[in-house]
Design a protein around this ligand. Structure first.
Ligand code: SF4
Ligand code: SF4
Length: 112
């Protein structure tokens, strides 16, 4: 799968439920903070962590591993218009072969 325009997201929310980093750039931090009406330093302090490699910030997650901006029933991103590139690019630009991190659209295609 390498063409973003051909990808059809089922909006299942699986990829927002997985535990792991959602890395953000400084520009994305500015955009998300502005969207939330927060000062960017306050946003960084309250809603992000520094990744283990200390190269970037990542969005906080809830105790169950879901992203703090994920809202269930129906599955929804609360910052959809300013979601990070990592989220926009999934799964088209991701290279993971891991069963654990397979998009539901990909799984559906494999079953056909
Ligand atoms: S920012 Fe939005 S799209 Fe990205 S993982 Fe969080 S809820 Fe999902
Ligand atoms: S796992 Fe795939 S189909 Fe489900 S919300 Fe994420 S990108 Fe869309």
């Amino acid at each position: 799968m390498d063409n973003t325009s051909n990808f059809q997201c089922l909006r299942c929310g699986d990829c927002c439920r997985w535990h792991g980093y959602v890395r953000i750039s400084q520009e994305e931090a500015d955009q998300i903070a502005a969207c939330l009406g927060m000062d960017v330093l306050e946003f960084i302090d309250k809603m992000t962590i520094v990744t283990a490699d200390r190269r970037s910030l990542s969005l906080n997650e809830n105790s169950d591993g879901t992203c703090i901006f994920f809202s269930d029933n129906p599955p929804r991103c609360e910052i959809y218009d300013v979601r990070p590139a990592q989220c926009r690019d999934f799964p088209v630009k991701w290279k993971s072969e891991s069963e654990e991190f397979q998009c539901r659209t990909q799984k559906k295609k494999q079953l056909k």
